[in-house]
Design a protein around this ligand. Structure first.
Ligand code: R5P
Length: 297
């Protein structure tokens, strides 16, 4: 029987190799390069005809990735692939989930439409679900969400003594509550007001009863890092031990990781976006779902 194919978009080779080894899938190869004018040249070097195929592409810095990704799926379809899945450990654009100001684009919906038209199924890790209650609200294809909370909890159990789990804002409570219950540690959720992309205000709760524990800030995304940076600053102003900042997705715009390190924080992320802070592997959890979709052809 011919195994399904796994194809890596540029930058996703490590996770794709691991998934292929775990699943015993064949690695498919693409040639992708930019023409001198910036347009994309794309060619399948492995024939996907009549084969089930999954394309691995995390969607950090999504604008440069989305068009080549859509071209890959469309080309696989034209070449006769039987089923085309998308493994996008980080799913971009989920935070623009409503028209906050008149005239704004609700890009979560638009990206969902693009990807639903191009693919037959999608698996991702903890998408930012806030105003959309599930991916099914905006995606018309079967989707599956891998939850990183148990993996984060395992990492904390193995690496932090007497943790106090802290969520920097109300949206983080879904992860923080699950992680704290799994770790068997107390948790607290702070209040955040975002005034702008890089302007975040956080109010610290009364955490005195847990003094002596190591603060572990848990959030889904570190983007500009302002949320984590403000929380770390507040904790150090109240003489807490240096915190650990754990995020599912480390995007690190503005060198946010260096800023956090300079403040004395340890920063840990999952490998949903390749980065030096990756310490928590989501590969096995992704593979478990992909196995249900790939099916030998
Ligand atoms: C927002 O609601 C998310 O859960 C994160 O708190 C946010 O995306 C972090 O962004 P930044 O790192 O830019 O403060």
């Amino acid at each position: 029987m011919t195994p399904p194919l796994l194809v890596s978009m540029p930058g996703n080779e490590r996770l794709t190799d691991d998934l292929a080894a775990t699943l015993r899938y064949e690695l498919g190869h693409l040639e992708i390069r930019a023409f001198p004018d910036g347009e994309t040249y794309l060619r399948f070097l492995t024939n996907p005809k009549s084969r089930s195929l999954a394309i691995v592409c995390t969607l950090s810095q999504p604008n440069e990735k989305l068009l080549p990704l859509i071209f890959s799926a469309a080309t696989a379809r034209e070449l006769g692939a039987s089923k085309i899945g998308l493994v996008a450990p980080y799913l971009a654009y989920m935070r623009q989930d409503r028209r906050f100001k008149p005239g704004e684009a609700v890009t979560s919906r638009q990206v969902a439409r693009l990807l639903s038209d191009a693919f037959d199924w999608l698996v991702t890790v903890d998408p930012h679900l806030h105003l959309h209650s599930s991916l099914a609200d905006i995606y018309s294809i079967p989707t599956h969400v891998v939850h990183a909370a148990p993996l984060i909890a395992n990492w904390i159990k193995a690496n932090v003594t007497d943790p106090l789990i802290i969520g920097p804002d109300s949206e983080s409570e879904q992860w923080v509550a699950a992680v704290a219950s799994d770790v068997g540690a107390p948790y607290s959720v702070l209040e955040k007001v975002r005034h702008g992309d890089r302007d975040v205000e956080i109010r610290l709760n009364d955490l005195e009863q847990w003094k002596g524990r190591r603060p572990v800030l848990v959030d889904d995304i570190i983007s500009t890092g302002r949320t984590m940076i403000e929380a770390v600053r507040l904790l150090s102003s109240q003489e807490w031990p240096s915190p650990v900042c754990v995020a599912v997705h480390g995007l690190f715009a503005d060198d946010a990781d260096s800023l956090l390190h300079r403040l004395g924080a340890r920063v840990v992320t999952t490998n949903s976006v390749p980065h030096a802070t990756n310490a928590i592997d989501i590969g096995k959890a992704l593979a478990t779902y992909i196995a249900t979709q790939g099916g030998p052809t």
